[in-house]
Design a protein around this ligand. Structure first.
Ligand SMILES: [Zn+2]
Length: 387
């Protein structure tokens, strides 16, 4: 069997949703089905990232991010915290390997990655979810039984896996009919399995909360569902397969989030100034940014291009995942209980507001520094061993 879906599979899915729409009387469900059909018609699958992240007007999303999300400011503080903590770790590791070396895939000789076949990859993913949690494993089996029609592995064009994160795969759920479409980079090494674990995290969430699969808003905690299992995979399974690769991928993550956190902080400065000026991006906004932060017009333009809603979900989700990881090492059941709560938030609730209810259980994000430092120490240890 081939892991493959194509335009034909999408049309079959769309026709199924159309039939549901015809029979449906409830206006909320009708709206959900219509949005799903629109999304398929606009070919979100071919140009998913362009459509979702680039084509919408930037300013509307800034307003949503700054005004609509109650917990937003709280999280910007958390992000500032991540940035300063990671920068310490970052400095510490630079005596072992340069940033360029790490991002360029290190010395290729260090990376004699085993190539996993598609079947081996999906089997390792199954094995992982089986050991991870019983309830989630049941949901995973729905994805698994449809694996040949919902997963495809695509050749990767990128220079290295950390070029741009999560472009390494995507998962789009057609909630109304419980169907997922995943496209995953055909990488060497356990990163292929890690990516599959990640995308299946999205797919499982789509099955748990189907109404959320096609939504307009930015979900700032929407990567918890995928990054948490992925990190646990590298933390536990990766060590059995290849400790160096598992340490490398965890460290790669921490570097990426360090850089993203910086971008998000930069954006927040602009949003604040813009709100102070009654949402007008006129000369006075530029002038005050220049005066207070020494930002030039091109700095501002560049930072706007980065877009807080692109990177925000990854940075915030990663902060939450680090706390969950810390909890998982001490109390697996509690960590899994919290994780399942966070991935089951109904679309009627603001995820950030719900998250704040569990802030105490997540220890107010006090463990970021410890987790980061453990991750980078482990990487350093494995790197030296390998050399
Ligand atoms: Zn993701």
């Amino acid at each position: 069997m081939r892991y493959h879906w194509n335009q034909g599979s999408l049309e079959v899915a769309r026709n199924k949703v159309m039939r549901l729409l015809k029979q449906e009387k409830d206006p909320v469900k009708r709206d959900f089905y219509s949005k799903t059909i629109d999304a398929i018609n606009q070919n979100i699958f071919l140009e998913y990232y362009k459509y979702e992240y680039k084509a919408k007007p930037f300013m509307n999303r800034v307003v949503d991010a700054a005004n609509g999300q109650v917990g937003y400011n709280r999280f910007v503080n958390v992000i500032c915290d991540i940035q300063s903590q990671v920068s310490k770790v970052y400095d510490e590791i630079s005596d072992v390997a340069s940033r360029e070396d790490i991002l360029a895939g290190m010395n290729p000789e260090l990376f004699s990655f085993k190539r996993y076949t598609h079947d081996e990859t999906v089997e390792l993913t199954r094995k992982f979810y089986n050991g991870f949690d019983r309830e989630l494993a049941k949901k995973f089996m729905k994805v698994y039984s449809d694996r040949y029609n919902s997963i495809k592995y695509v050749p990767n064009q990128k220079r290295n896996i950390f070029d741009t994160f999560d472009l390494s795969g995507y998962c789009v759920g057609i909630g109304g009919i419980g169907k997922n479409f995943m496209s995953i980079g055909n990488y060497e090494g356990i990163y292929k399995v890690g990516c599959t674990v990640h995308e299946c995290g999205h797919a499982i969430k789509n099955l748990i909360v189907p109404e959320k699969t096609v939504s307009d808003g930015v979900d700032f905690i929407g990567e918890v569902e995928s990054i948490f299992p992925e990190m646990i995979f590298y933390h536990e399974m990766g060590k059995d397969i290849d400790p160096f690769q598992s340490a490398y991928h965890m460290f790669g993550y921490s570097m990426i989030y360090y850089e993203s956190a910086s971008n998000v902080i930069f954006q927040k400065l602009i949003i604040d100034k813009w709100l102070q000026n009654n949402c007008k991006f006129d000369k006075s906004v530029y002038d005050s940014l220049k005066e207070d932060y020494n930002m030039t017009r091109s700095d501002v333009r560049e930072s706007i291009g980065i877009d807080v809603t692109d990177e925000g979900p990854y940075v915030i989700s990663f902060a939450i995942v680090m706390e969950l990881l810390n909890l998982y090492k001490k109390d697996k059941d509690k960590a899994l209980y919290l994780y399942k709560k966070l991935i089951s938030i109904p679309p009627t609730e603001d995820p950030l507001v719900t998250l704040l209810k569990y802030e105490n259980d997540l220890c107010g994000f006090e463990h970021l520094a410890t987790e980061y430092s453990e991750i980078s120490q482990e990487y350093k240890k494995q790197l030296i061993r390998k050399m």
